[in-house]
Design a protein around this ligand. Structure first.
Ligand code: AMP
Length: 382
């Protein structure tokens, strides 16, 4: 086990576990900084694999392939949190994984995540952990409706969740128990959803990106608006909540803190120990993007300036959004288009995003509201 943090200098190879769009955008930033990239992903020609110097195609838990990745990499990082625990333990004990295993362990499970946030004195929605139908019934009774039931492990983009308003919803939620324990959360009537992306390097230096305001559609992030339309005290509070969590949980790398704003109070909903969709705006919007910052943090370089250059709105492109009409191209052309190189455009699948820069977020949003690409009834055009 290597205990000492080292500086990983340009020219070295960064090994990334996971070849999706987050790995791809990490790789783009890292290559611009002079690093080489190796990636492990089960699918050949993955979004990150397309840009990597070395692509290893194997399941994430395949120890031989993990060892291969370790042999060619000077530092290992990851782009998603559901990494097999044994594989991660091996990596921590035998290679250079500055992010460690603890934060990942905590955030892999909503129970440990919520408890850790609570222990730091930060508010979360009232919750109960349930393993059986009877426990679920009791928790719904105690917490009241509406409430939301989520699997403790493995869910994303609203998968593995059920909002409970009426009895039938509760019965539908029983199915979630087949995959393991669940969390029953009280409904938070939030005014806004916000997120802070914070990076921390091994020396303990932290930098937050400007506060982001997030609009979800069908539980999937649709738009990120920066600066968030909240007053300065709320923005400061949100950033200090992220810093308490980053320091308290010993973050190294990047942490996305998703929050609800209720009467000027911040409730933390979820943590992601990696760059996050709600930080994509920073590629064009900030002096240093979340991806460059992540590379700086895991390579133990000084963190970059995160000043917002201009008001920015990021909009996701899902499978059903890929064919705008000709008239829309003119406006869309004003944005910075990112496509992730995914072969198949499935319904609700994140295929890319567009970032719009402007003088004022209200102006950008008003222009965007003229477009039908995001309003049309969702379907994937064949
Ligand atoms: P999550 O997977 O926990 O990020 O939840 C996905 C989305 O569901 C969030 O972005 C919210 O819009 C909504 N949501 C989740 N939990 C709650 C809650 N306790 N109260 C209200 N809305 C919620």
């Amino acid at each position: 086990m290597i205990n000492l943090y080292k500086k990983v200098m340009p020219g070295s190879t960064i090994g990334i576990i996971g070849g999706g769009q987050l790995g791809r955008m990490m790789a783009i930033a890292a290559r611009a900084m002079g690093y080489k990239i190796a990636v492990l992903d089960p699918t050949p020609n993955s979004p990150c694999g397309q840009l990597a110097d070395i692509e290893i195609t194997a399941p994430y838990h395949d120890l031989d392939s993990i060892k291969k990745l370790a042999n060619i990499s000077d530092v290992i990082t990851y782009e998603f949190e559901n990494i097999d625990h044994q594989a991660l333990k091996w990596l921590y004990e035998n290679t250079y994984l500055p992010q460690g295993t603890e934060l990942l362990r905590i955030t892999q499970d909503r129970e440990t995540e919520k408890n850790s946030i609570n222990e730091l004195g930060i508010k979360v929605a009232p919750f109960a952990i349930v393993n059986t139908k009877a426990e679920l019934d009791q928790a719904v009774e105690k917490i009241g409706t509406p409430c939301i039931i989520k699997t403790c492990r493995g869910g994303y983009d609203g998968k593995g969740q059920q909002v409970v308003r009426i009895h039938e919803d509760k019965v539908a939620a029983y199915d979630l128990l087949t995959t393991g324990k669940c969390i029953v959360e009280g409904w938070v009537s939030f005014e806004k959803e916000l997120s802070v992306i914070i990076a921390r390097n091994p020396s303990g230096e932290t930098k937050t990106l400007p506060l982001a305001e997030n609009i979800h559609k069908d539980n999937i992030l649709h738009q990120t608006i920066v600066p968030a339309r909240v007053d300065a005290q709320v923005a400061e509070k949100a950033k200090s909540v992220a810093k308490v969590i980053a320091d308290g949980l010993g973050l190294i790398g990047t942490l996305a803190v998703e929050m609800f704003l209720v009467n000027d109070e911040i409730y933390v909903n979820e943590l992601a120990p990696r760059p996050h969709n709600s930080g994509h705006y920073s590629i064009e919007g900030c002096v240093t993007s979340q991806f460059e910052q992540h590379i700086r943090a895991v390579c133990n370089l000084p963190l970059g300036d995160t000043t917002l250059l201009t008001p920015t709105v990021m909009v996701n492109l899902l499978g059903e959004h890929l064919e705008p009409t000709l008239e829309q191209y003119e406006f869309l052309g004003k944005g910075k288009v990112h496509l992730y190189g995914k072969e198949e455009a499935k319904l609700k699948r994140k295929m890319g995003h567009i970032t719009f820069l402007g003088e004022d977020v209200e102006e950008i949003l008003s222009d965007l509201s003229q477009l039908t690409i995001w309003n049309e009834k969702a379907e994937v055009k064949q």
